[in-house]
Design a protein around this ligand. Structure first.
Ligand SMILES: [Zn+2]
Ligand SMILES: [Zn+2]
Length: 247
């Protein structure tokens, strides 16, 4: 069965791509059937200058498991962001610091960013005794961190997983046991209602997606019931097998 083109990324556009020596282009393809819960991907690192014989129309397979496995062609507009690991992937010491409200107010900038969060939380629980409200706020802070600072949603190179379908699990190379790096996230959605992450739209245009899907799902790809497929590669060797996780 012919595989489908999913993404084509140039190192010149994406500083975090880190291609192996001699390559400056990554082509990601997949088989549009569940293997066993999502499409199986294939990675091709290439030298863009050597890619000359280009098909104008990519082949479409005669059958697919779901129509959501046929990405809508879309020109990427990459932006550089910083995200952090999910709080469940942090050390016990850092997890404890996340629940400490004082630790969130160490600079003026942090104070300015966090005081509206605190105020709206206090408004939501007006009649709670102060001590109970403080405890509730402490347990809310790691969730706030996960939504607003950890694991940016959407298609991305590098960065951290946004765990939802499962708890965090180790990503180790099947060939050498080395810890793996995130390569690419194939996401169902570019953002969600619980989070302030939004793709940068230079024109302020929110109507780039087709009506049925909307701008939060411009590629029309759906993984599971709205999750992400993240691909990991081994930093020890580009010849080691890559890993696919749904989360
Ligand atoms: Zn297949
Ligand atoms: Zn390896």
């Amino acid at each position: 069965m012919a595989m489908l083109p999913v993404a084509q990324l140039y190192a010149r556009d994406i500083p975090d791509l880190h291609p192996p020596q001699g390559a400056d282009l990554l082509q990601v393809l997949w088989c549009p059937f569940d293997h066993p819960i999502m499409p199986r991907t294939a990675l091709f690192w290439r030298d863009a200058a050597s890619v000359t014989d280009i098909l104008t129309t990519p082949p479409e397979p005669p059958a697919m498991q779901f129509h959501d496995y046929l990405p809508k062609p879309y020109l990427l507009q990459p932006e550089q962001v910083t995200d952090y690991p999910d709080h469940l992937e942090l050390s016990k010491e850092l997890r404890d610091r996340l629940t400490d409200w004082n630790a969130w107010q160490v600079t003026d900038a942090a104070n300015a960013a966090m005081s509206p969060v605190r105020a709206s939380f206090d408004r939501a629980y007006p009649s709670e005794p102060p001590e109970a409200r403080e405890r509730r706020f402490s347990s809310y802070l790691p969730l706030y961190y996960d939504n607003e600072l950890a694991g940016a949603p959407g298609w991305k190179v590098g960065g951290w997983p946004r765990w939802g379908a499962t708890d965090p699990c180790p990503r180790t190379c099947p060939d050498c046991g080395h810890a793996m790096d995130a390569l690419l996230t194939i996401a169902t959605l570019e953002g969600n209602a619980d989070s302030g992450w939004r793709p940068y739209e230079p024109s302020g245009d929110q109507s780039t997606g087709p009506d049925a899907y909307g701008p939060r799902q411009p590629t029309e790809v759906q993984i599971g019931s709205g999750y992400d497929q993240q691909l990991y590669v081994c930093p020890a060797s580009p010849h080691h097998r890559h890993l696919e996780l749904m989360h």
